[in-house]
Ligand binder design. Structure first.
Ligand code: GLU
Ligand code: ZN
Length: 325
């Protein structure tokens, strides 16, 4: 846990699986402010290991979006796809401790479980069918699709969220063993890659991140990540899980709500100050969505003022910042 003598080390971790939208911008701005207002460090990491879903050019676009907002970061950008050997080392360690087992349940299960579980219903419980296997039981799996599942404790770990307060881990029977690695064999090729849950822990630990700010759709991932931290003897960061931005129908921001991509706002002449004003308003730091720059926001930043309910992005609010489509 972070103590006041250690600088805050935060991070921004866009996935180039699509364009960054207003909701992502809000999280990045808050993550940046939560570190910079305490003279902390911010890393930028591109989480591009979810290869079937990666969109070409979305990484460059994400960097442009952040720069447009005025967000900066320290050190070089870390790109997950360049770090596979580190994730492999972690997997080998988990195998050596019998903390993972090979699972041959269907390809769709494997694919679903390997992405950051943002979508409703994507995070399905695994009933432990393959839990009898040993990590050494892989000889007959060479040409098969399979994944490595982490053996979870029956009781999920508790943690204190710096925004939401104490989160008490559930008691689950059977334990919800989750995917840390997947291997998919097509006729000609073999795709072998770590899951979000494993890669994010290895990289946050590698970058000495001690403050993770992200959307609360990932709050159910945190107990899993805490289990990985513990099993690898790594120190877990503080977590700040923020309510999402939703559309007028109260569902998470998506295409059906119109084009809220930052690139689209930019193309329509919306200034970053306008969007920052909207974000500040959504956080309870401004009474109206009036333009403001990032530097000015450092004097207004207050985590405690952020409402603990999703922020409803209405067309009227978008119009107010000059985005009328
Ligand atoms: N790359 C993840 C995403 O965009 C973020 C994961 C995290 O913040 O832990 O969904
Ligand atoms: Zn299985």
């Amino acid at each position: 846990m972070n103590s006041s003598s250690i600088p805050i080390i935060g991070r921004l971790a866009p996935s180039p699986t699509g364009a960054q939208h207003v909701g992502n911008a809000r999280t990045y701005v808050i993550a940046w402010l939560a570190s910079r207002t305490k003279n902390g460090i911010i890393h930028l990491r591109i989480e591009d290991i979810d290869s079937p879903r990666i969109k070409k050019g979305a990484d460059i676009q994400a960097v442009q979006d952040l720069k447009w907002l005025g967000i900066d970061w320290d050190h070089e950008i870390l790109v997950q796809s360049t770090r596979i050997t580190h994730y492999e080392d972690a997997l080998e360690f988990l195998k050596s401790k019998e903390l993972v087992y090979p699972c041959t349940c269907t390809r769709n299960d494997v694919l679903r479980a390997a992405s950051a579980p943002h979508e409703d219903g994507q995070d399905t419980a695994y009933p432990g069918i393959c839990a009898y296997r040993s990590a050494k039981d892989t000889l007959d799996l060479l040409d098969k699709n399979f994944c490595w599942r982490f053996r979870c404790p029956r009781k999920e770990p508790d943690f204190i969220d710096q925004f939401k307060g104490p989160i008490i881990g559930k008691e689950v029977t059977p334990p919800n063993d989750f995917v840390v690695w997947r291997q998919i064999c097509n006729n000609s090729s073999r795709l072998s890659s770590p899951s979000y849950q494993l890669a994010v822990v290895i990289d946050d630990a590698f970058q000495k991140v001690n403050q993770v700010v992200r959307g609360d759709d990932l709050v159910s991932s945190t107990p899993r990540q805490l289990c990985i931290y513990k099993s690898l003897n790594l120190i877990a960061p503080d977590f700040i899980h923020l309510p999402l931005v939703v559309g007028e129908d109260c569902r998470r921001l998506a295409k059906r709500h119109g084009d809220t991509r930052l690139a689209a706002l930019r193309e329509h002449g919306v200034k970053p100050e306008n969007l920052l004003g909207l974000i500040a308003y959504s956080c309870g730091w401004l009474e109206k969505p009036t333009p403001i720059c990032l530097r000015e926001l450092t004097t207004l930043f207050d985590l405690k003022k952020i409402p603990n309910t999703p922020f409803v992005l209405t067309n009227e609010l978008l119009k107010a910042i000059g985005y009328d489509v």
